[in-house]
Design a protein around this ligand. Sequence first.
Ligand code: GRF
Length: 204
Amino acid sequence: MLSLVVLASGRGSNFLAIQEAIEAGTLDAKIVLLLSDKPEAKALSIARAHGIPAKAFPPSAFSDQNAYEQALLDEIRQGPCDLIILAGYMKILGAAFIEAAPAPILNIHPSLLPSFPGLHAQRQAVQYGVKVSGCTVHFVDSGLDSGPIIAQRAVPVYGDDNEESLSARILVEEHQLYSEVLRWFAAGRVELDGRIVTITEGSI
Ligand code: GRF
């Protein structure tokens, strides 16, 4: 069973979708800890409602980014951790954190990377005028949404879309894709070679 530590800053719908897949018995994993940099994040109350240990970790409580990230690492190291899952975690993790992390770090981003990294990816897509967008689950490296791509799902972009309507369409796919990727990890099917990710054949 995969032990997951989730980092989330806000609404927590991706985190909840993963937890629901676990509760439905379709994902062999356990979320052992939910950490949030925002004490008011809805993700914290979702965690508590589902009996998941949850802690607010406001960066302002620490002297600098390094001290904050060291404390985060100390917290993560308290228990088992096979993967660190960023689910709407809005702070950039420093290279020192990424190097010292006890497990690979995954992120979900609401665009087809490498298009539209960074904030407001859906708004960027609408304003650019692309006809297809989507979401990407990727390994986290020290760049901005630049790590090896594990999986992507595409959605159409319509002429009358705005940031909100496109975000809603993408979010439906995000909720399915993150759990799907975690199933591959749980089955030991994810291989990384350089920046190329291969999903090996699964047994039935
Ligand atoms: C999602 O769109 C995710 O792709 C992005 O931030 C948003 C988080 O939403 N990284 P939620 O907190 O999971 O509802």
